[in-house]
Write a protein that binds this ligand. Structure first.
Ligand code: HEM
Ligand code: HEM
Length: 331
């Protein structure tokens, strides 16, 4: 903990070095995106398993609080992606290190250049939605009620990990945190760079479909084309949007399921291993270090299993009907 406080204090004191700010922003943007991703994989699984909950989750995404968050999320992904790309290239080309500062500035400029038109297009969707009369917008209280459940879930996982770590410490008398063998750390370091490069087109493609070409507001739009398919969302339910995408076949292959599966595995393992790196930088007490590492590894496996289960189960007509019956907005 003291190292975390020192990092923040020293980073604020140590002005003028662009590399320091890049590092802090890269870390914050990665963790911010990961926080969203955890909620998002859980929410998306509801399309397959709890259709009515999925409708409500999408309704919550279409509220002012999430709309502001959506702009922040896009800024985080774009900056983190470009900066991660810079980190990866410079790691392989040490002879270019002398250009580090300039490269970091190029990353800031590229982020702004990409964000200006992206935000412009997103603002159009936002204006269209909020100026239309009769929208059913989730209240702040409803949002808090749902999000508190996620926080409670997290607290339960952390407490369970702490108890297990304490028991493990008592039984084995271990005085260390979770140390992976050198070869594993080396491969994970490589994985962070390679996965970053593979994620880049996947995540940008996903965000272009969900924010720019269409908006989060079109997911439950009745009579609207479902992006990336030849289908129309007849019921105007979010579950039908997901179902049509996951059932879209090209040469017999459900392309969006394959796309989402790749995105899921790469982004969850990359993000959770990134979180593990941050934990190992700040949490040195063996009890806490072990507990947080275990909670992260458990979270990683749980998210991949849940996301994959939803992709395999898919969304069927029964789910469309459940969503239609439970919410009054179907046309
Ligand atoms: C508010 C922003 C976003 C919206 C509205 C959105 C929307 C969706 C939707 C509708 C699906 C269902 C499947 C599909 O239609 O392909 C989905 C799945 C998915 N999204 Fe997003 N997405 C957003 C941001 C992101 C970001 C930033 C990431 C990565 C960091 C991401 C990663 C995923 C993954 C991994 C899946 C598959 C989940 C599973 O297998 O169950 N999404 N997203
Ligand atoms: C879009 C393409 C992406 C690229 C090119 C990329 C690249 C990278 C690289 C190279 C690192 C290692 C940095 C280092 O060791 O100094 C890293 C760390 C990290 N990434 Fe990504 N990443 C991408 C997407 C994501 C996404 C979508 C998430 C969230 C789920 C994420 C979360 C993290 C986290 C939490 C870290 C650890 C940060 C730290 O150690 O300071 N990344 N990323």
């Amino acid at each position: 903990m003291t190292t975390l406080v020192t990092t923040v204090k020293e980073s604020l004191r140590y002005r003028g070095k662009v590399g320091q700010w890049s590092w802090m922003l890269h870390r914050t943007a990665g963790l911010g995106t990961l926080l969203f991703l955890i909620l998002h994989v859980i929410d998306t699984s509801w399309a397959a398993f709890y259709p009515e909950e999925y409708e409500n989750a999408i309704r919550q995404y279409q509220s002012p609080l999430f709309t502001i968050g959506e702009f922040g999320l896009i800024a985080c992904v774009v900056y983190h992606a470009f900066n991660g790309f810079r980190v990866g290239i410079l790691d392989y080309k040490p002879e270019w290190w002398k250009h580090q500062q300039r490269a970091a500035i190029y990353v800031f400029v590229a982020t702004i250049v990409v964000l200006i038109p992206t935000f412009g297009l997103m603002v159009n969707h936002v204006i269209d939605f909020y100026t239309e009369e009769g929208q059913d917008i989730a209240s702040l209280q409803e949002i808090i009620e749902v999000q508190v459940q996620f926080v409670l879930g997290l607290v339960v996982i952390l407490v369970a990990a702490l108890v297990l770590s304490a028991l493990y410490g008592l039984i084995t008398r271990s005085k260390t945190g979770l140390d992976l063998p050198g070869w594993a750390e080396k491969n994970l370091w490589l994985f962070m760079r390679l996965s970053g490069i593979l994620i880049l087109p996947l995540v940008f493609g996903h965000l272009a479909m969900m924010h720019v070409i269409q908006g989060v507001f079109d997911i439950n739009g009745g009579g609207i084309d479902v992006i990336g398919t030849s289908a129309v969302n007849d019921s105007g339910k979010a579950v039908e949007f997901v179902g049509e995408r996951w059932d879209m076949l090209v040469a017999g292959v459900a392309i969006w399921r394959v796309y989402d599966a790749l995105l899921l595995v790469l982004v969850v393992v990359h993000g959770m291993n990134g979180l593990r790196n941050v934990i190992n930088d700040y949490a040195h007490a063996p009890l806490i270090n072990r507990a947080l590492n275990w909670a992260t590894i458990f979270g990683m496996v749980a998210l991949v299993v849940l996301g994959a289960a939803a992709l395999l189960a898919g969304v069927d007509e029964t789910a469309y009907q459940i969503a239609k019956d439970l919410t009054p907005t179907a046309p």
